[in-house]
Design a protein around this ligand. Structure first.
Ligand SMILES: Cc1cc2nc3c(=O)[nH]c(=O)nc-3n(C[C@H](O)[C@H](O)[C@H](O)COP(=O)(O)O)c2cc1C
Length: 435
């Protein structure tokens, strides 16, 4: 297996699991959901299985009514991943940070620290934030328009890169005899004067082990794709079918080439909502248990946030309401396109839509035996639809173990996934170094 023809596996860490009903499942140990040891345990298990990286999603607001229906996030991602860094050695650590709410100097510093603490394993999931209420936590009356958010994201990322490079390699000298700690000639104040940011100064941290932590992106609007093509090394995406995933894959690789980069430098990872059992019957039973406890109301809240749409005037048994035109959406364009695709083909009530498509936010969902799950992954990987997967076990308790213990060995047997880490940093382990 060469680095080129092997799959990348990222594991999304979620308190109870990626199914919205997971917290109510009897296997979930509720007392652990806000306990750091739960995340340490999952991270160690993932590392033993040689998972490439862990990913923490994040938001900067909470919908008060939604807290009734399940855990929100557990801990702030960079803090949590710093803690995980101290109990792991190899696994990559990818945290989400918003470019709409935050400053490049802070972000550059936080990720440089995580990279140093973890010995070169940090990644930054660059997000623009599309949930309206977030603005109210940061002194704004509403979200800036979608296009402006991406314009800011682009400049934000440029500034972060400049700051990471403000310390040249070799700037840290530590020559006790000469009395030279670091060489000022190799530490540069950046002079960035742009539309959104003005930054004059160097980063107040030595160059981190990767130099530049890994850049990840997850928006699939035109602007999101272009941002990824320009900067990202990994893109997370929601692709419900093989055909759509192939089209997305081709498009993103084409854009990467147009941006002047080798398409190999951007790895495409569709989400995979997975529920695996030793037998088909076992997996089906888990799926039925989860279906019985999922809150339809909570799923509608998620839809409402992602689409920026008010569903309160409708009953759950009403037909799915018409969606706004794309140009009128100031929330998440990718989710809008996804829902539009489904509702233009199927006539469903809101309840039916949610049950069928939204317990995992529209991701590719596979329930089955290790062989069945691996078959789908192999078909997507070899079929030009994915370089790997953003794996989202439906249940954190038991579901993560099942994926790691049953599916990963199956992929390894098929020669699709390596069985050891060979690099020092996350970028090296992903085979991205030197591309
Ligand atoms: C798998 C995946 C994970 C994401 N994680 C986050 C997240 O943790 N926080 C967030 O604010 N947005 C997250 N997003 C949203 C995107 O990063 C992006 O900001 C959003 O889709 C809006 O961009 P778009 O209009 O280009 O789709 C995620 C999207 C995907 C597909």
């Amino acid at each position: 297996m060469t680095k080129k023809n092997r799959m990348i596996l990222n594991l999304l860490l979620s308190p109870a699991g990626s199914h919205r009903g997971a917290w109510r499942h009897p296997d979930t140990r509720l007392e652990e959901l806000h306990d750091i040891r739960h995340y340490h345990r999952l991270a160690r298990l993932a590392e033993q299985a040689r998972i490439d990286s862990l990913f923490l999603a994040d938001g900067l607001s909470v919908e008060v009514e939604a807290v009734r229906h399940g855990p929100i996030l557990s801990f702030e991602p960079l803090t949590l991943l710093s803690s995980i860094a101290s109990v792991t050695e190899h696994i990559g650590l990818i945290a989400t940070a918003s470019t709409t709410f935050g400053e490049p100097y802070h972000t550059a510093r936080f990720f440089s620290s995580l990279d140093a603490i973890s010995g070169g394993r940090a990644g930054w999931n660059i997000v623009t934030t599309g949930v309206e209420r977030t603005a109210y936590n940061f002194g704004l009356a509403g979200l800036p328009p979608h296009a402006l958010r991406y314009e800011r994201a682009s400049e934000f990322t440029e500034v972060v890169l400049k700051l990471w490079d403000s310390w040249e390699e070799g700037a840290l000298v530590q020559d006790q005899a000469a009395g030279l700690y670091a060489d000022p000639a190799k530490v540069h104040e950046i002079c960035h004067e742009g539309v959104h940011f003005s930054v004059r100064g160097a980063l107040n941290a030595v160059r981190c082990p990767q130099g530049r932590p890994l850049l990840v992106q997850a928006g699939a609007s035109e602007e999101g794709r272009n941002l990824a093509a320009r900067f990202a090394e990994m893109i997370f995406t929601v692709q419900p079918t093989l055909e759509e995933a192939r089209a997305f894959y081709r498009d993103i690789k084409r854009r990467t080439a147009l941006a002047g980069r080798s398409p190999e430098r951007l790895k495409v990872l569709p989400g995979l909502l997975v529920n695996v059992g030793a037998t088909e019957a076992e997996a089906e039973q888990k799926a039925a248990e989860l279906r019985a406890i999922v809150s339809v109301e909570r799923s509608v809240m998620s839809l409402s946030n992602l689409l920026g749409m008010d569903f309160s005037a409708y009953s759950l048994d009403d037909p799915f309401p018409p969606l706004p035109e794309p140009q009128d959406v100031n929330a998440y364009h990718s989710f809008h396109a996804l829902v539009r695709g489904i509702t233009s083909q199927e006539r469903l009530t809101i309840r039916e839509f949610v049950h069928k498509h939204w317990s995992g936010s529209g991701q590719l969902a596979v329930t089955g035996t290790p062989k069945q799950v691996a078959d789908v992954m192999e078909a997507w990987f070899l079929g030009g639809a994915a370089d790997g997967f953003n794996v989202m076990p439906q249940l954190a308790f038991g579901g993560v173990e099942a994926f790691l213990g049953l599916v990963v060995p199956e992929l390894q047997r098929r020669g699709l996934f390596p069985d050891r880490y060979t690099g020092r940093t996350l970028r090296e382990n992903l085979g991205l170094e030197g591309l």
